[in-house]
Design a protein around this ligand. Sequence first.
Ligand code: FAD
Length: 388
Amino acid sequence: MMIKKNYCYASLALCAFTTILGCDDGHFILPRDLTKKTRKTTKAKNPFDLKKVPLKAGVVPIVVLGAGPGGLSAGLYAAAQFDTVIIAGEEPSLLTETSYVENWLGAPHQLGADLIQKSREQAESAGARIIDSTVKKVDLSKWPFTITLDDGKVMHALALIVATGARPRMLGVPGEKEYWAKGVSACARCDSLFYKNKNVMVVGGGDGAIEQAVELARYAKEVTIVHRRSQLRAAGSMQTRLKSYPQIHIMYDVDVKEVIGDKKKVTGIKLFNNQTKKQEIVPIDGVFLAIGHRPNTDLVKDVLEADSLGYIILQCSTQQTSIPGVFAAGDVADPHYRQAIVAAGDGAKAAIDAIEFLETLGFTLAEANKLRTVSNVEQKEEKQTFEK
Ligand SMILES: Cc1cc2nc3c(=O)[nH]c(=O)nc-3n(C[C@H](O)[C@H](O)[C@H](O)COP(=O)(O)OP(=O)(O)OC[C@H]3O[C@@H](n4cnc5c(N)ncnc54)[C@H](O)[C@@H]3O)c2cc1C
């Protein structure tokens, strides 16, 4: 287990439960089973005691962090059963930063931003409450989990779904942001169709660069991988794949200095050879960044088990994280697929897991209604006081 020691000291009860977490017939062990096991052996107290949860506004059955395909799908599914709040965050979903999405099932050729807007509306009409705020702090050491928003408001979640996404790493050169989605991309699987018979460059030297080059080679006339070192970092087997693609070339020892365009789209790229010290401008139609992604896990990185790149690790083919009651969905826990439809599927699974978790604790619709009534009364009183 990679759970940080400090966190464990602060939350002995949850950690005691967490460290014995294991798979049971391919599914996670629910709190009910954990309680039984723990009673027999260590007589630990049940940290998920519903009777101790205060009935007050701000206690929410399910809270979702993030409003991309992962978070919105989670909200849609969760709200069908229990009250759900989605905290949308400051930055929009990555999908809004692309132009047309061609691979969304049942709705081809949709603008990414439109897809997200429609998904928001669908989640809201299912009953999810969307708050356009950023989460400043999450405390997972005690249950219910405490979520502090950037305006200081505090919320307590009986189940939490983290769907905060991941961002592609950028080169930090002029023109890159200006021509993002106008020729600069980081997803060949998503955008290769737009480059039929065109010349494109892939920046990077790892497995991801080769994957993107191969995706692009199906459509593009020529694909050039530009790498700043004299050897690729990609695995030997990946490099062997390149031999079947005569249209893929490699430029070594080259740094990208600038992405050049005509205000509407990319037209070229400025390269600097770090061996010969020569600079050149190469005409090009598209630039694909393949220098890695950074999962948005700052809020939970010290407490949830993560892999060496920072992606949240899931338990036993579910969306459950290393802390019972905390689930993850989408790119934040997916170093491999990183597709909107996969994130949406994860979101549905995370919501179902969260609902099962609450039901196992004995949280029923009757409990949910009690909570909602208290919450409505308190919110009404707060509003009246404010209006006076
Ligand atoms: C150039 C490009 C083109 C793409 N095109 C396609 C495509 O055509 N088809 C496809 O299937 N996929 C495409 N993708 C991939 C797709 O965008 C992602 O796989 C998808 O958006 C992941 O969904 P997500 O819900 O995990 O994260 P995101 O969509 O990134 O959403 C993350 C959410 O978390 C929120 N958040 C982050 N931090 C906080 C915080 N502290 N508090 C609260 N909220 C927070 C953000 O504000 C955002 O709402 C593309 C990606 C790129 C880079």
